[in-house]
Design a binder for this molecule. Structure first.
Ligand code: NAD
Length: 497
């Protein structure tokens, strides 16, 4: 692939045709109401386009189509090996259109183009192909029945899946759902975030081009309180899969109870601890990793290492290394391939992050890096990666998910205290431990109430391992074969012989 310069990307951005309509039954279509909302780029405040503002009427259309397609069996009863081939083609089309998708993602939510191109698009394609490749290699079970009985334990697609996703990794989060949901034969209605709808809208057409029958994948852009709520309350949506905030995750459980008890699978927020013991094998590597864990993707990462727990005896050596490492994470125009930190997703999110920085000051934490909005003259929403030292775990900046580049540094004296502080939030998504003592590593990892634990690294992983949260970080898991549980019902069939 040719390497594009910032000027090349800017030219492509000017030439880009933005599709903002919903996608139902294989066609782009306006919202039934004709309503639209504006899609504004956080890169420089430019208007990217008008997006269909779907609501309950569009949800009804999409669910009716998804149900009819599911019942027809055109996809749900297709041989797994055939679905596999289509999913691999779908993944291939994402890769073929990688530059366009990366550009849409960067313009829409502000992340660096190098990340969109190097991480998001390949990660999304991998999620589709991995699930597709697996689907004809999974076997059902025969129960340990008496001689005159045959007990079949089989998995069936659930039917119509509503997938509601966030704006921080719009394409990748969508594909973490679409990979297993489509591979297992379901029909899906994807609702992207109103802050970042563009790549979801674009890939709907790629799915059909790959051979996924019309009506199997429908995309409804719009607000959470309109079309999102309508899907969550719909009596004919069988399963709701969600990635987003804990607040909305709880609301979706209520909607399920108020409607048809649809299954609700939630990937929610985090406030992940990154624990550095004095015997960490490489303090420089730990410092660089700690900086990346809060600055990558502008800190808009559910697993951001937003609480850095440092053993007191190394604090004065270690913190300067982190501050120095953070200098390499400099906000800039995301269309410049050398940029490592882009713009926050919108003005609202920027103001939220700035208000948390204010709260750090008010609560008496000590600012040691960053702390300000910058590049205001560009019209974009950029905030410096920020570090507060002297944070107590009770402070708001240590308890609440900021979803921006703000790191809280907390000191501890013993492994027990580190674990106690680490577990002392409502969240349980991820955690990391740095130590050269293998027993301490294992014991700490076991004691941490988190869905993913990293040892001597931060944020490792691929499609082979499950991803999700303990506590109020959610339920169920994305990625790996475990993700298939969300998209299938387990059936026992008893045959009298
Ligand atoms: P959000 O909860 O505000 O929105 C997520 C989605 O829910 C959006 O599509 C939104 O439109 C929709 N929504 C909002 N209100 C709704 C309602 N009443 N009914 C139905 N749908 C509704 O979250 P966000 O700000 O888009 O994303 C950030 C959050 O996502 C953070 O908390 C982050 O930790 C979390 N996240 C979690 C993971 C994970 O895998 N655990 C991954 C990425 C992001």
């Amino acid at each position: 692939m040719t390497t594009l310069t910032r000027a090349d990307w800017e030219q492509r951005a000017r030439d880009l045709k933005i599709e903002g309509r919903a996608y139902i039954n294989g066609e782009y279509t306006d919202a039934v109401s004709g309503e639209t909302f504006e899609c504004i780029s956080p890169v420089d405040g430019r208007l990217l386009g008008k997006i269909a503002s779907c609501d309950a009427a569009d949800a009804q259309r999409a669910v009716d189509n998804a149900r009819a397609t599911f019942n027809s069996g055109v996809w749900s009863r297709l041989a797994p090996a055939k679905r596999k081939a289509v999913m691999i083609r779908f993944a291939g089309l994402l890769k073929q259109n990688a530059q366009e998708l990366a550009l849409l993602e960067t313009l829409d939510m502000g992340k660096p183009i190098s990340d969109s191109l190097g991480i998001d698009v390949p990660g999304a394609a991998q999620a589709l192909s991995w699930s597709g490749e697996a689907i004809d290699k999974i076997y059902d079970e025969v129960a340990a029945t008496p001689h005159d009985q045959l007990g079949l334990v089989t998995r069936e697609p659930v039917g119509v899946v509503g997938a509601i996703v966030p704006w921080n990794f719009p394409l990748m989060m969508a594909c973490w759902k679409l990979g297993p949901a489509l591979s297992t034969g379901n029909s899906v209605i994807l609702k992207p975030s109103e802050k970042s709808p563009l790549t979801a809208i674009r890939i709907a057409a790629l799915a059909v081009e790959a051979g996924i029958p019309k009506g199997v994948l429908n995309v409804l852009p719009g607000y959470g309180h309109t079309v999102g709520k309508a899907l969550a309350l719909h009596m004919d949506v069988d399963t709701l899969v969600f990635t987003g905030s804990t607040k909305i995750a709880k609301q979706l459980m209520i909607y399920s109870g108020e409607s048809n008890m649809k299954r609700v699978w939630l990937e929610a927020g985090g406030k992940s601890p990154n624990i550095v013991f004095a015997d960490a094998p490489d303090l420089q590597a730990a410092a660089e990793s700690a900086a990346g864990a809060i600055a990558f993707n502008q800190g808009e990462v559910c697993t951001a290492g937003s609480r850095l727990l440092v053993e007191r005896s190394i604090k004065d050596t270690f913190l300067p290394l982190v501050i120095e490492a953070l200098k390499t994470w400099k906000p800039g125009n995301p269309l410049d391939p050398s940029t490592t930190v882009g713009a926050l997703v919108d003005t609202q999110q920027m103001n939220t992050v700035l208000s948390y920085i204010e709260s750090g000051h008010t609560d008496g934490a000590k600012l040691v890096a960053g702390g300000k909005r910058i590049l205001e003259e560009t019209g974009g929403t950029y905030v410096e990666p920020t570090i507060f030292d002297g944070v107590s775990n009770a402070m708001k900046i240590a308890q609440e998910e900021i979803f921006g580049p703000v790191l809280s540094v907390i000191t501890f004296d013993t492994a027990e205290e580190a674990v106690q502080i680490a577990n002392d939030t409502p969240y349980g998504l991820a955690a990391a431990v740095w130590t050269r003592d293998i027993s301490k590593a294992h014991l700490t990892a076991k004691a941490l109430r988190a869905g993913s634990v990293w040892v001597n690294q931060y944020d490792g992983g691929d499609m082979t391992a499950p991803f999700g949260g303990f506590k109020q970080s959610g339920n169920g898991r994305d990625k790996s074969l475990h993700a298939f549980d969300k998209y299938t019902e387990l059936k026992a069939t008893w045959i009298k012989l």
